[in-house]
Design a protein around this ligand. Sequence first.
Ligand SMILES: C[S@@+](CC[C@H](N)C(=O)[O-])C[C@H]1O[C@@H](n2cnc3c(N)ncnc32)[C@H](O)[C@@H]1O
Length: 381
Amino acid sequence: MTIEWKPLAARLSGQLRALGSIQTEEWAGAFASVPRHLFVPRYWALNEFNAPSALIDGANPDQATTWLEAVYSNQFLLTQWAYEGDIRTATSSASLPSLVAGMLEHCEIKPNDRVLEIGTGSGYNTALLCAVVSGENVTTVDVDGLLVAEAESRLAQLGYFPNCMTGDGAGGVASHAPYDVILSTCAAARIPEAWIDQVKPGGRIVSPFTYSGVLVKAVKDQDGMVSGQFCPEPMYFMPMRPSVQDRTTATVPMPNHLDAPVTGSMPTQIPIEAWDDINWRLWLSLFLPDSQVAMSLTEDADPRPTGVIVYTDADRADCDADTGIASYGRDRLWHTVEAAWSLWQSYDQPDRTRLGITAIPGERQWVWLDQPDSALNWDIH
Ligand SMILES: C[S@@+](CC[C@H](N)C(=O)[O-])C[C@H]1O[C@@H](n2cnc3c(N)ncnc32)[C@H](O)[C@@H]1O
């Protein structure tokens, strides 16, 4: 069956332009010229709980129309998942095209730039890179060798021959360094030293971080220091696995799995609506980097949350929206939540663009408010 994909790819490119995710001709051209269907021959449809419910396969005539429409729309498509113990984890996807486009624009890639992509996945983003800087300037690495092999053969079908490598992207790819741009499509907990080492002075590192969906764009200076601000748009990407950055790979159990004893309670100052604010969530994640937040919902039609749960792999705190009382366990998590909230208020509820990250290789890496030498900063380990 011949697939008339060109009008669909042009439509997607136009939509991303209208959304403001694509801002330049070169990326508009790349999105219009790369057949996304080749990279996502099948994907998992998700149910209302975001769990994979059915495999939608382009080779199945009954599903081909649904598949093609999804592939050329602004949709993230889950392509692989696995169980870690009894917890289901997404292990690869074709990322949301508007995020892909936004991230590529942040890279400010010039025609002869050498680019390292971390997280090959389907190979679609790699193909977009090849369309702009040509294959020999592109290196891509994924921790999953099977994905790399599939992506490599799809890319070859289009005449693209980037350096496709299997390995932990936290180590970069030294054999093809140095790079003008290192772009990660999986979230890191800190900027790996190898990336700092392998990017040229003046080069860019663009990566999502595990801190509440934040994207960092950092530039390396002549002294080898890397620094940059957080970008305005939220970017939720799957965390890196398995890597030297063990924290990102640890699976945090859902609160129901935790049987933490209550040791105390306190009234909260935080209105339940505040938990919808991604900037507050990001701020809190700097104080409690290993925590997660879940809203408690009732099973009836009322969409308002009845409370909020902040939890780590060892403890939890629960706040009831009606009573405004939070109960906490051994680690007194809610005390940290309230202290973070007070500070957020006293600094006029900073949004993510007031935050940034600086790394001095071999010495220190930290997140800061307003400028790198700010009195308010968080060490990143
Ligand atoms: C969101 S997907 C990438 C999407 C991909 N760029 C695309 O266009 O389809 C994230 C990818 O990161 C990979 N990954 C996770 N941890 C990694 C690591 N430590 N090193 C390299 N790749 C990793 C996963 O296997 C997954 O394929």
